[in-house]
Design a protein. Structure first.
Length: 146
């Protein structure tokens, strides 16, 4: 079951990152893909044309980080090895950003960094949990207020 969850989440990330327009996917509920046989690879290394101070941009990139933090958590549940989790999650971040170039989307190395930041966030939370600084209770262990 964990494999199914992991693969489903990987597919979901791919759909969200490579669909023609995310707003159109949200409104219509149907992903649309348009293949670009000759992507501009130089765009992958462009760090100048982004609205770094825009709140919408910041929220979007925080979403990237959270999505890949969740991916790392799911991958860890499957492989149960932190190094493998980092490699798979960060590798998928790179893959999805490069893949966007082939679907008329803006794939860039900068976004790989935001995605990897989410993986690092998971590693930090995992470390804090292992050190006992974060306590996670199961639902049946929580005290009842009845």
């Amino acid at each position: 079951m964990r494999w199914v969850t992991a693969i489903s989440y990987l597919v979901l990330i791919f759909i969200f990152t490579c669909t023609e327009k995310l707003t159109r996917l949200y409104i219509e509920g149907i992903p649309r893909f348009r293949w670009n046989p000759e992507p501009d690879y130089s765009a992958f290394f462009d760090f100048t044309s982004y609205p770094f101070t825009s709140p919408a941009y910041i929220y979007q990139k925080a979403g990237h980080a959270l999505a890949f933090c969740l991916l790392a958590a799911i991958v860890y549940m499957v492989v149960n090895r932190l190094g493998t989790t980092i490699l798979i999650s960060a590798g998928y971040a790179l893959f999805t950003e490069v893949a966007q170039l082939f679907f008329y989307r803006t794939g860039c190395l900068l976004d790989v960094g935001f995605d990897a930041g989410g993986v690092v966030l998971y590693v930090g939370l995992y470390w804090l949990w292992k050190k006992g600084l974060i306590i996670i209770q199961k639902a049946e262990d929580k005290p009842s207020n009845l």
